[in-house]
Design a protein around this ligand. Structure first.
Ligand SMILES: O=C(O)CCC(=O)C(=O)O
Ligand SMILES: [Fe+2]
Length: 309
C-alpha cells in the first residue's frame, strides 16, 4: 500500500519529496494535506525565538474568532527573516500556491486578443499560540474574507474549478500539535460544499491534524476548519499560519504597512514580489504607473517606462 492510499484515516500525510501532482490530487479530493518535516527543527526553533516578544505583549481578542487564551503575533514577515525564507518562500508552498491561485484571462483589446496572468501573493502571516483552556474556534472557511460564493460540487474538475479557490493557507507546527493541545480540526471534502447549505458545519465531522514540529498542514481556503480545544493544563500550541491569495484580491493583512520598507529591502526579489511589490496583471497595483518593485529599486528607474498591461 502506498502512503497516499485512500484508506488512510484523517488528514493524508506525505513526505516533502512526494510527487507534486499527487499532492495536488489529495488537496483537490480532501481540501488539505499534511507535509511531514517540511521545515527543519532548527529553523522552527529560530522562528519560535523571533516571535516570543510579540506574543508576550499580545492583547486579548475581543470576540469569538479567537479564545481569550490564544495569543497571536501578526506581521510575521517583519518579525522573522527565517520564517519568511523557510515558510513563506518554501518551494513546495510556492508551487502549491502557483497551481491553485494563478489566474489567466484572455480578453479583447481592440482587434487584439490579450492574455494576462495574475500571480498569487501574501495575504496574512500570523503566529497563533493556543493556550491551556482555550475553546475551539468556530468552524469557518477562510474564503469568507473574499466574499466567495461557491456552488456545490461532488468532485474537483480541473477545467471548471480553475478559479474556484481564492486563497490557501499553511499551518506549520512550532511544537508537537495534538488533539489535546488545540490542533486544527477540519472537515475533509468540505471545500466541495456549496455556500448556500442550510445547515452549519458539524464539528462531529472533523478530523484533527496532529503534527510534529516542522510538519505543515496545507489547506484550501474553502475547507471548513478551525483551531481546536486546548484541554491541557500547561501546553501552549504554537503554529505559523501563512496565507496567500489571488493577486487581484485585497490582502487580509496589509503588507505594505505591516512590514517596514527597510525590512522588505533586505529580502530577495522573489520575496519582495510575493509580499506585494509587483503588479497583478493587468494593471493592478501600480505606483506612478510602474510596478511598486521600482520603489525598492530606484536604480532601475532610469530605463523604466509606463506601458500597456
Ligand atoms: O489556529 C488554528 O488552528 C487555525 C486558525 C485559523 O483557522 C485562522 O486563523 O483562520
Ligand atoms: Fe481559518
Amino acid at each position: 500500500m502506498t502512503e497516499t492510499a485512500d484508506t488512510r484515516p484523517g488528514v493524508q500525510s506525505v513526505s516533502k519529496d512526494h510527487p507534486l501532482e499527487d499532492i495536488f490530487r489529495i488537496i483537490k479530493r480532501d481540501g488539505c494535506v499534511v507535509v511531514r518535516e517540511l521545515i527543519s527543527a532548527a529553523d522552527v526553533d529560530q522562528v519560535n525565538q523571533d516571535v516570543q516578544e510579540r506574543l508576550h505583549r499580545d492583547v486579548e481578542w475581543n470576540g469569538s474568532f479567537f479564545p481569550k487564551e490564544t495569543r497571536r503575533a501578526p506581521s510575521m514577515i517583519a518579525l522573522s527573516p527565517t520564517y519568511t525564507r523557510t515558510q513563506v518562500m518554501n518551494p513546495l508552498f510556492q508551487a502549491i500556491c502557483a497551481h491553485f491561485l494563478t489566474t489567466r484571462s484572455v480578453f479583447w483589446w481592440g482587434d487584439q486578443q490579450k492574455e494576462s496572468v495574475s500571480k498569487p501573493y501574501v495575504t496574512s502571516c500570523t503566529a497563533i499560540e493556543v493556550g491551556p483552556g482555550a475553546t475551539a474556534q468556530p468552524l469557518h472557511r477562510d474564503s469568507y474574507i473574499n466574499h466567495r460564493i461557491l456552488s456545490e460540487i461532488s468532485e474537483w474538475d480541473d477545467e471548471r474549478d480553475q478559479t474556484r479557490e481564492t486563497a490557501l493557507g499553511m499551518m506549520v507546527a512550532g511544537c508537537k500539535v495534538t488533539r489535546e493541545n488545540g490542533g486544527t480540526q477540519c472537515i475533509l471534502g468540505s471545500h466541495l460544499w456549496g455556500t448556500h447549505r442550510t445547515t452549519p458545519p458539524d464539528v462531529g465531522e472533523c478530523v484533527v491534524a496532529e503534527l510534529e514540529k516542522g510538519d505543515a498542514l496545507i489547506m484550501l481556503s474553502s475547507i471548513y476548519h478551525g483551531g481546536g480545544n486546548n484541554t491541557t493544563q500547561d501546553e501552549r500550541r504554537i503554529a505559523y499560519a501563512t496565507f496567500a491569495v489571488r493577486g487581484y484580491l485585497r490582502q487580509e493583512e496589509n503588507q505594505y504597512l505591516a512590514v517596514p520598507q527597510a525590512v522588505v529591502k533586505t529580502y530577495d526579489h522573489a520575496t519582495q514580489q510575493f509580499i506585494g511589490y509587483s503588479m497583478s496583471d493587468p494593471a493592478c497595483g501600480y505606483v506612478e504607473e510602474l510596478s511598486p518593485f521600482y520603489l525598492l529599486h530606484p536604480e532601475l528607474l532610469q530605463d523604466a517606462r509606463p506601458q500597456d498591461f
